[in-house]
Write a new protein. Sequence first.
Length: 476
Amino acid sequence: MLIFEKSRPGRGALLIPECEVPVTLPEDKDLRQTSLHLPEMTEGELSRHYTELAKKSHGVNDGFYPLGSCTMKYNPKVDEDMAALPGFTQIHPLQPEHTVQGCLEVLQTAEKLLCEITGMDHMTFQPAAGAHGEFVGLLLIKAYHTHRGDTKRTKILVPDSAHGTNPASAAMAGYSVVSIPSGADGCVDLEKLRAAAGDDVAGLMLTNPNTVGLFDKNILEITSIVHECGGLCYYDGANLNAVMGTVRPGDMGFDVIHLNLHKTFSTPHGGGGPGSGPVGCKSCLSEFLPSCLVEGEEKKTFVKPEHSIGEIKEFYGNFLVVVRALTYILTLGREGIPEASQNAVLNANYMMNKLKDLYTMAYDEVCMHEFVMSLSDLKKATGVSAMDIAKGLLDNGIHPPTMYFPLVVGEALMVEPTETESKETLDEAVAVFRELYERAQTDAESLHQAPVTTPVTRLDEVGAARHPVLRYVFES
Ligand SMILES: *Cc1c(COP(=O)(O)O)cnc(C)c1O
């Protein structure tokens, strides 16, 4: 039941203190003419309503959440404590710089540490999400070529194992997208890449580890092919959880990278943000970065680089997400950062190896932080699809893996356990996966019916896609 349906006229919770200053209303023409649809209920009912909703949803605090490519790991509470400090929350973005030197130091230190982790020279925190960061990175590449008077470069090369946002961002930045096929080993086909590389190529966007969970073994060759034709290399670092502290994209020949602080660096996500997709770059691109870089030691100040592409978000990006990331990095330290990645990779390989006698792995190799299974054979033999297995997991208190992605794998389930899960949790999940596989052979029908224990049971997915209800219609 929606909060609006629980509303009763005249009920209310007085939460807003009385105004202490004279009230000035806008002019009549600017005042809204109809009353706002606000639910009216008591504080107690309100509290119950949201508790009820919270119980209906599934988060990392409820149970295992192996949603591939999303890194749904546990976010330490100390990071929340730091982000909640009044010195960070009670400030205004237009405050004079000398009154918020500590906040500038947070940005400066975070930039320094994340540049060290990625092997880049500078970083902007303005982008609000990963895809936003990709867009910014491409604008930097574009500015670089344009600034040199090199205007013939209209193409961005995107391997077919890239995250779906990569081609979308390239198109948004005004480039035409050339898809580069993967070989049978799941890595970029070097011959196809060589054939596509030319003086009309602005750059390449590589998701690494790619969407099938593999670290491209030819990565140095890939970046040198692109550089030889005069293009720049973009690293989609949303999956940095697999490699942080172990290898640095900057050392592999990449010129620009985005990170997803809300995946790798400890900000809860799912349900819509706020996120942060900082973009790091080599010094050849620094002069084009968006404004609000921090400079200075004793007296820190915001600067706008000389040929800046301008602002791509208001002010300094989602600052509190950066506070969480900095806390996370400082608490883990030089030893903890690579250890987190190594455990993420270990957990994924552990699970993969405990399942691969039953489930077909899309690539039977050592994986990085996630692995992809193809349920095509299972579906052919039993009629049970990736969707059915995903729904069966829900009845066991497990959030499904990413489904039907990447597109290059039929009936795909993409599992990312993350480093914050214990061996016991992984073993339980493995047992559930195995039980569902057995059930597919003997009682497929029960899996077509799943889930049966969740607040909402099997949805009409086609109906939802064809006739989406996007707006609540008020009765009056
Ligand atoms: C999640 C993800 C993105 C997009 O990040 P958003 O914050 O959702 O925009 C891009 N690339 C990869 C590899 C990702 O996993």
